[in-house]
Design a protein around this ligand. Structure first.
Ligand SMILES: *Cc1c(COP(=O)(O)O)cnc(C)c1O
Length: 229
C-alpha cells in the first residue's frame, strides 16, 4: 500500500469513528481531499485508492492540475479565496465552490457557468469567529446573502463553510462548528434548503463531525506537508 492510500484509509477510519461516536452515519460525511500545492501524481494515487473529490485553493494551479490529472470522473472543489477577475476558470472547470462571500462574485460565477454543465454547487464562507482572518461574511449577513444567491439560475446553493482559528482543545474546537451549525439551522428555518456543512480539516475533523459536518476538507493528513515552491 502506498503512503497516500494508507493515509486515506486512516482518515476514512477517523471519519467513521467520529461519526459513530455521536450516533451519525459515516455515509453522511463526505471527504474532500485537499491537494493544493501537491503534484498531479498524488491526486492520481488517491484516486486509484478510491478517493473521488479533491479541493484546490488557487485558480491557476487548480485548473492546470485538473487537466494534468486527466481523470474525468473526479469531482473538483474550489475552496480558496475568490477574486472577481478570476471567476471564469472556476465556473468552467470546478464542480463546487466553497468560498462564496459576495453577491457580485456569485452573480459572475452563475453568469459564467457553461450551459452544458449542471449548476455550480456553492457554499457561503462564514467568518464565524469574527477574528483576524478576513475571509468570509459575518453571520448576521448570511440570511440576506443566501436568499439572493439561492435565486441565481446557474448556482445551486448547498450550504455553509468555515475555517476557524486553529486550536488543539477538542471542546474549544467544537465551539465555532456549533455556531456554524446553528446558523445553518437558522437559514433552513427561514426557507433555504441547505444540506451541506463544510467544516473540519486534518486537525479538527472529529470536532466538526460531532457538530454536524457533512463534508470535511483534509489535506495534510492525506498528502503530508505541503509543497511550496
Ligand atoms: C488547506 C485547506 C484545508 C486543508 O487543511 P489541512 O489542515 O491540511 O487538512 C482545508 N480547507 C481549506 C479552505 C484550506 O485552505
Amino acid at each position: 500500500m502506498t503512503t497516500i492510500s494508507a493515509n486515506l484509509q486512516a482518515v476514512l477510519a477517523r471519519i467513521r469513528s467520529a461519526a459513530q461516536c455521536c450516533g451519525r452515519s459515516p455515509d453522511d460525511v463526505r471527504l474532500v481531499a485537499v491537494s493544493k500545492t501537491q503534484p498531479a501524481a498524488f491526486v492520481r494515487e488517491a484516486a486509484a485508492a478510491g478517493q473521488l473529490a479533491f479541493g484546490e485553493n488557487y485558480v491557476q494551479e487548480g485548473v492546470t492540475k485538473i487537466t494534468a490529472v486527466g481523470l474525468p470522473n473526479l469531482e473538483w472543489h474550489f475552496i480558496g479565496p475568490l477574486q472577481g477577475n478570476k471567476t471564469r476558470p472556476i465556473a468552467e472547470a470546478f464542480h463546487w465552490v466553497h468560498s462564496v462571500d459576495r453577491l457580485r462574485i456569485a452573480e459572475r460565477l452563475s453568469a459564467q457557468r457553461p450551459e452544458t454543465l449542471p449548476p455550480l454547487q456553492a457554499c457561503l464562507q462564514i467568518n464565524i469567529s469574527g477574528e483576524k482572518t478576513k475571509s468570509g461574511i459575518a453571520p448576521d449577513d448570511a440570511l440576506s446573502l443566501a436568499t439572493r444567491i439561492a435565486q441565481l439560475p446557474r448556482l445551486k446553493l448547498r450550504g455553509l463553510m468555515t475555517i476557524p482559528e486553529a486550536c488543539d482543545d477538542f471542546a474549544q474546537q467544537r465551539q465555532p462548528f456549533r455556531q456554524l451549525r446553528e446558523l445553518f439551522d437558522h437559514l433552513n428555518n427561514h426557507g433555504l434548503a441547505l444540506d451541506t456543512l463544510s467544516m473540519g480539516m486534518s486537525n479538527d475533523l472529529e470536532a466538526a463531525i460531532a457538530e454536524g459536518a457533512t463534508l470535511v476538507r483534509v489535506g495534510t493528513a492525506l498528502f503530508g506537508e505541503r509543497h511550496t515552491s
